[in-house]
Design a protein around this ligand. Sequence first.
Ligand code: SAM
Length: 277
Amino acid sequence: MSAHLLPPLREVIAKHGLSASKALGQNFLFDEQLLDRIAAIPGPLEGENVYEVGPGPGGLTRALLRAGATVTAVERDRRCLPALSELAEAFPGQLRIIEGDAMKIDPSAEIGAPFHIASNLPYNVGTALAVGWLGGERWPPAWKSLTLMFQREVAERIVAKPGTDAYGRLAILAQWRCDARIAMPVHRSAFTPPPKVMSAVVHLTPKAQPPNVRMATLEALTAAAFGQRRKMLRQSLKGVAHALAALDMVGIAADRRPETLDLTEWVSLASKLDTLC
Ligand code: SAM
């Protein structure tokens, strides 16, 4: 089948009996214009490599392929594989499908060149996957950008600024090493079946030279502090060895609450702690 003869996505679903599985976080997108707009977020993709998690029936995959990308896609649901094989035939040499669990796959081991990551993520593993990509040892990472659909509330936590309710561990982990923005809100009615909540696509690009601290230190500090976000730092950081001394040494008042510290303050606290441990 050639690319311009591909059937509408609803027909693909019907033909292959792809009833949506809640356990696999399946909420499909069928609107090809919307999918083309999502595929445009990383910038021109002609000749670029893209890693996609959860192609499902292949809606976003088609849009990425139409944009000229070479796509490596990981899908856990075997039922989707015949539909994806048809897509691979329609775009010869452009699509490789890996059947498996994205939680166990390192995309840089699969794709031997820099790549973008684009995905309408399964909600149950989406945050864990993103934290894994953001938290890799290697920086700059093998990926050039992340274009990821999340529940809107998670998207807001990723781009949140200090002093807001959404600001916390996820904002700090994401913004420490990346520039992050909400690229597109997506109404729940765009999905089949529609989820209960609204969604948004977040776009993240790596900062060339982020401050040099250990991810594990930043994680330990923010987990302890935001785990008890109403408490003052002198209370919530008690359990993190040397954290109260580090607070004092960098001049951050111990009676502050975690959402009042900006990214620079978190990073200076973490790097001071690194020197004490
Ligand atoms: N990309 C399609 C779209 O936009 O219409 C489907 C998106 S749907 C929200 C999430 C997809 O991720 C489903 O196809 C689901 O089977 C797949 N999936 C769920 N868990 C997965 C995992 N651990 N590894 C790989 N794929 C997974």
